[in-house]
Design a protein around this ligand. Structure first.
Ligand code: IMP
Ligand code: MG
Length: 445
């Protein structure tokens, strides 16, 4: 529906038109649905909400007669190259909040007459009505049960983003991000890498941008031969744009990520074995005692609440608290897992029983991998105003971190391998191994 309205404005005005929407930080604007605009212009990156026709976000209509002579245009050179001579910005308000606007881009300078402004404003009103009506939005977000009350309201941007994924793995990854409620934007920016006579001859367009983490993510699921080329491009990107944070997920990283949930090709391997023991029962006990000693010292006189996330943590937390020498409380949480079932979002399936307001809380985890689970739980616990909140994990798979979290107490840093034992499972198996081992796919048990 939004697409059709945008298209109608474009046809009537004989202009390029784009629906730009704010991300949840309200600092960046992204193009969503658009018509009549060149690819290079749409992929120039996210717009700065303040710089780019900033008055529009204060509820004003912004009319720019000549982009060459107006300081309010963020990318005047690019606008010139794209043949954009005049611009009109009309704010879009949904549920009393400005969420973005309609941008009209004209090929020649134009003093927008009142009739133009009235027409675009009326069409923008239609978008407001459509977007403000929850029953029009995809059922996924409108019907999603909100068990905990902490899920951030999804931005209109997340709800209307119309994405044609180049590869099924990208779609799967987006679904995984959705599950953890992490805002993403698909391919918002192309980075020029090489030039010849001032013309861009090579570009790199990362698959995802995660505004909350200010992080680009590139998925690499193709043939290894192509990966080499991609690595070269990535090195070049880092040289040219040192401030850009980007992470590359290889096919194997990605399969491991899904394999963890029993999905993807790794889950189909029937017979498995322990490739080698990473930490013996004795090594684990030594480390647990070391952590317990540290915690007992740091929390002396604090009577902390130790909160474990079920089920993987049960071995670690029971050994840990028994090695601690101060009074403490123990509680547990459980959360839902990413699965094949559509339309789900992460949620707390079992909450803690203690009131932790004003208490010192220690989150105890078996393993932190991407950090998505933990960051969700920390957000949840922070809302209860604990006196302090820290994290103690036995294992830290740091190389795979996506969410930005601080861990105060770490047992071991571990390699990017699938681990089982001492509480950790693969499809509920292996939890009772006394040691922690690396699981190999495809070998006889
Ligand atoms: P995250 O949200 O990606 O950090 O994942 C955390 C959860 O994934 C942990 O609490 C574990 O339950 C599970 N997990 C991560 N890595 C492994 C592993 O190597 N073996 C078993 N479970 C894992
Ligand atoms: Mg766990």
């Amino acid at each position: 529906m939004l697409d059709k309205i945008v298209y109608a404005i474009s046809e009537a005005m004989k202009a390029g038109v784009s629906l730009v929407l704010l991300d949840s930080s309200r600092k960046k604007l992204a193009h969503t649905t658009s018509h009549g605009l060149p690819h290079a212009y749409l992929h120039k990156g996210l717009l700065d909400a303040e710089k780019s026709l900033g008055e529009m976000l204060q509820g004003k209509v912004v009319a720019i007669k000549d982009t060459k002579k107006d300081g309010r245009v963020q990318y005047p050179a690019l606008a010139g190259e794209a043949g954009i001579a005049a611009m009109l910005g009309v704010p879009l308000t949904v549920e009393n909040k400005i969420v973005g606007g309609i941008r009209v881009y004209m090929k020649s300078p134009r003093r927008f007459p009142k009739a133009d402004i009235e027409f675009v404003t009326a069409m923008t009103r239609l978008i407001e009505i459509a977007a403000g009506n929850r029953t029009f939005l995809p059922a996924k977000t409108a019907d999603r049960p909100d068990m905990t009350g902490i899920e951030p309201q999804r931005t209109l941007l997340q709800q209307v983003q119309k994405v044609v994924f180049a590869h099924p793995s990208e779609k799967e990854f987006a679904r995984w991000l959705d599950f953890y409620n992490l805002e993403w934007i698909y391919e918002p920016r192309s980075f020029p890498l090489t030039w010849q006579d001032k013309k861009v001859t090579e570009m790199f367009t990362p698959d995802f941008y995660l505004p909350g983490l200010d992080l680009y993510v590139e998925l690499t699921t193709m043939k290894q031969s192509l990966v080499t080329g991609k690595n070269r491009k990535l090195r070049r990107l880092k040289e040219l744009y040192p401030d850009i944070k980007i992470t590359l997920l290889y096919k194997k990283d990605y399969e491991r990520l899904l394999g963890k949930y029993g999905l993807g090709p790794l889950s189909e391997t029937r017979s498995r074995s322990i490739e080698r023991v990473l930490f013996s029962a004795v090594e684990i006990q030594e480390k647990v005692h070391e952590l317990a000693g540290q915690l007992s010292r740091d929390y002396a006189g604090c009577h902390p609440v130790m909160v474990g996330v079920l089920r993987g943590v049960f071995c670690f937390i029971s050994d840990l608290v028994r090695a601690m020498t101060i009074p403490l409380d123990v509680d547990f949480m459980a959360i839902s897992y990413f699965s094949d079932a559509d339309n789900s979002a992460v949620k707390i399936t079992r909450d803690i029983d203690f009131n932790v307001t004003g208490r010192h809380v220690i989150m105890v985890e078996d393993i932190v991998d991407t950090g998505m689970t933990l960051s969700y739980i920390l957000k949840h616990l922070k809302m209860r105003d604990p006196a302090s909140l820290s994290v103690c994990t036995l294992l830290d798979k740091r190389v795979r971190r996506i969410a930005d979290i601080t861990i105060e107490y770490t047992g071991f840093e571990v390699p990017d391998e699938f681990l089982v034992g001492y509480g950790l499972d693969y499809k509920e198996e292996y939890r009772n191994l006394p040691y922690i081992g690396i699981l190999t796919p495809g070998k006889e048990v």
